[in-house]
Design a protein around this ligand. Sequence first.
Ligand code: SF4
Length: 339
Amino acid sequence: MNLEKLEEALKDQPKFRLKEARDFLYIKFIENWNEATSFSKDLREKLNKECPLEIKAELLISKSKDSVKTKITLKDGLEIETVLMRHIDGRNTVCVSCQVGCPMNCAFCATGKMGLLRNLDYLEIIEQVLFFARLLVKEKQRVTNVTFMGMGEPFLNYDNVFKAIEILNNKDYFNISIRSISVSTCGVIEGIEKLADSGLQVNLAISLHAPNDKLRGELMPINKKYSLEKVLSTVDKYIGKTKRKVMFEYILIKDVNDSIDCAKELAGLMKKKLYFLNLIVFNPVAGSKFQPSEKKQIEEFKKILKKEKINFVQRYKFGQDIKAACGQFVTESNIVIHR
Ligand code: SF4
């Protein structure tokens, strides 16, 4: 729903009408203007015509009901995926996409295989949150957290991502606490620098996935442009400016990055006070040459981290059965074969 179009459609109405309309959209989360019962029939019809609220989407619920994935069809027919993760403590996190596909081509990631089709605009980003907010309001619940960890690299679409964050955080719109919004990057250092200067108190996460340049370069082509040393020194400057903790994500892949040597090297990198490590077991993707690490190996890996007193958690796997887990976002009809 285009917010500028809404203002335009209401320009002949008394001023308070815009606030009323916003309340219908972002507090009551209506799906059709006919639900805006305090508006005249004519106005409801005009808004349905000029500012339609429909979101074209298909829902998939995982067996454990802790995650719901949706495939949203955009105006130009391209599709994106978004996931709602329902935590046992009552938080509801929406993991949004910021691009259709991704140009970064990380070896373990299904989205990377799509290539980049295009950036999403900020409205297409907030529409993903709006979709789940409408679903949750029926259960008297709300979206509490948003993570930019779906399809795409947020710092390659900086302006739209940050405009979307402002709207998500705005009290007149979604009113989601800025500290409950996280942005994950594969290490685009210009984006980290811009974020540090912006003063925005969102959480920063870095997709690390390897403890040295050789292995990281094999898994993540971006490492050839931004070495581990460059990324970590930029993160340190970010911490110096913001005094905020930074999360590092590490996907455990069998016989690739889960050795004891890797754990020791990783522990060496993660010793800083405001670093926090998030271990994620690889989610198998059809056609991938990679496998998840074995339980015994994960335990050995964690033992080293514990011994070195590294701050870490192993992330709970949401929605593996509906391919809603990390690195599994891919809309098959969008796949482009690069030759
Ligand atoms: S892991 Fe992230 S940056 Fe890498 S290809 Fe996938 S979506 Fe892109």
